[in-house]
Ligand binder design. Structure first.
Ligand SMILES: NC(=O)c1ccc[n+]([C@@H]2O[C@H](COP(=O)([O-])OP(=O)(O)OC[C@H]3O[C@@H](n4cnc5c(N)ncnc54)[C@H](OP(=O)(O)O)[C@@H]3O)[C@@H](O)[C@H]2O)c1
Length: 443
């Protein structure tokens, strides 16, 4: 790996620190932030404000909360969307995942459309007051997963986080309220460049440099720091890359691994990656989060969520080739180095013609930040991301395993799982073999 001195990274670092300070301000009337320390155990019944339940993880979390008898009410707060009402979108998620839709009519959930970037969350005063009086937990899961945007794009989300923290302080149960923030492994995206220990500890990382890189990861780093300085009993859950479900065949095609697999199948060649993948199946992750947040024990400020039994990339190659051979009647796809695969993607006329989303992912070699060096700013150095190690650093999960038996006992992802997910992508048209191979299959 090469180190280069880097002005954009330096500017980003300064921007991150400004955001941490701006959104860590104390709410009016509060003179000092309590150190973030979850001292009390969970209250016996729970009324929860959950954001982002129209999404993949959020809908799984919602389903688990609705089936939990100790949860009395869920306020499902989502943003307005041209894709339909929040209820319609949640219903679609439940249908795709085979969840029991009757929970949605149980009266336990209140569907709310709002805007967290507004101080009143975009809610009518009476509803805001009802929520303020009743909630004992906030699970803030909504966040844009956009790897193309820089840090500024995420500023409304910082404001939204701040407004939810303020709601936590204003709530009747503020002393006992649990504030849960769903963070991401990418909050420590530059960890490998700055630390020689392999695993990221289950701590809030106060060295801003480890969060530098893609705007999305930088925004999660800033948010973790704001949460840790909130003065609430707050816990961030740093989630690794999620993958398809163990129960069922759904893995959202908008994630980077599905996009890589779809592009590989479309070009008829798979990349080789030498590391291991710590992806957690979506349903397992939701179950773990449910176990964390409903724990009777006080929660720590940070929990890492990563698979205790990572799997080698060979499992992906085997799973894809099983599908291609057994389900599509074709020959197995050959493999090439990841670096060569990326250059094939960039040169592929077919990928360009169909405007495959992989093109955005490989644009700039995943190392754009490092290409524009400026020797005037010598204080920040960023290593060029190694394309053979895209998934980033490993997460230490010792604490998390104490809180979640599901995590402790999770089985390893197998080639059969990958085959099931890829088969579904063929059925929806997300994966298609190139004509030459598809023709071979017809022979
Ligand atoms: N998926 C992963 O592999 C992964 C890994 C690590 C961490 N995470 C974290 O897990 C959480 C959920 O991710 P997911 O996989 O469920 O993603 P998702 O399917 O894209 O869902 C994201 C949710 O957040 C909402 N949202 C997005 N941008 C928003 C904005 N600007 N304002 C308000 N709401 C917004 C979405 O609303 P719409 O339905 O209206 O778009 C949706 O409800 C996120 O915080 C993400 O960072 C995910």
């Amino acid at each position: 790996m090469s180190s280069t001195t880097n002005k954009p990274a330096y500017d980003q670092l300064k921007h991150m620190e400004t955001l941490v300070n701006t959104y860590s301000r104390l709410p009016p009337g509060q003179s000092s932030a309590q150190p973030n320390c979850a001292k009390t155990a969970r209250v016996s019944t729970t009324s929860i404000l959950l954001t982002g339940s129209t999404g993949n993880l959020g809908s799984d979390i919602l389903a688990l909360l609705l089936s939990d008898p100790s949860v009395t009410k869920v306020y499902a707060l989502n943003r307005r969307s041209s894709k339909g009402s929040a209820l319609e979108r949640i219903k679609q998620q439940f249908k795709t995942k085979g969840f029991d839709e009757t929970f949605l009519w149980s009266g336990k959930v209140v569907f709310i459309t709002g805007d967290t970037a507004r101080a009143d969350l975009g809610l009518e005063a009476g509803l805001y007051e009802e929520i303020r009086q009743s909630i004992t937990m906030i699970i803030h899961n909504a966040w844009p997963i956009n790897l193309q945007r820089d840090l500024s794009y995420f500023e409304p989300n910082m404001q939204g986080l701040r407004n939810l923290i303020d709601l936590g302080h204003a709530s009747r149960a503020s002393q006992d309220l649990r504030f849960i923030f769903i963070s991401s492994l990418s909050a420590c995206q530059a960890w490998n460049s700055y630390r020689d220990t392999q695993f990221v500890p289950e701590n809030v990382l106060t060295n801003t440099v480890v969060g530098c890189g893609f705007g999305y990861g930088a925004s999660k780093h800033v948010a973790e720091r704001i949460v840790s300085r909130s003065g609430l009993q707050a816990t961030s859950i740093r989630v690794t890359q999620l993958c398809g479900r163990f129960s069922g065949d759904h893995w959202s095609p908008s994630e980077w691994i599905p996009i890589f697999i779809s592009a590989s199948i479309g070009m008829g060649i798979l990349p080789i990656y030498y590391g291991v993948i710590s992806c957690v199946p979506m349903d397992v992750a939701a179950q773990c989060i449910h176990e964390f947040v409903s724990s009777e024990k006080p929660l720590p400020p940070m929990l890492n969520l990563s698979h205790p039994r990572p799997f080698p990339w060979d499992v992906v190659v085997e799973g894809v080739n099983r599908t291609v051979v057994k389900n599509m009647g074709s020959k197995p796809l050959p493999t090439t180095s990841l670096a060569n695969w990326m250059s094939l993607v960039k040169k592929s006329k077919h990928m360009a013609e169909i405007r495959h989303p992989v093109l955005k992912l490989v644009a700039g070699d995943l190392g754009e930040l490092n290409t524009q060096s400026d020797s005037n700013k010598a204080s920040v150095q960023v290593d060029t991301p190694d394309p053979e190690h895209i998934p980033g650093p490993g997460l230490s999960i010792e604490l998390a395993q104490l809180y979640s038996p599901t995590l402790r006992d999770a089985r390893q992802v197998s080639a059969e799982d990958v085959q099931r997910w890829v088969k579904e992508w063929f059925s929806t048209g997300f994966c298609r073999l190139p004509t030459s191979i598809a023709n071979y299959a017809k022979l």
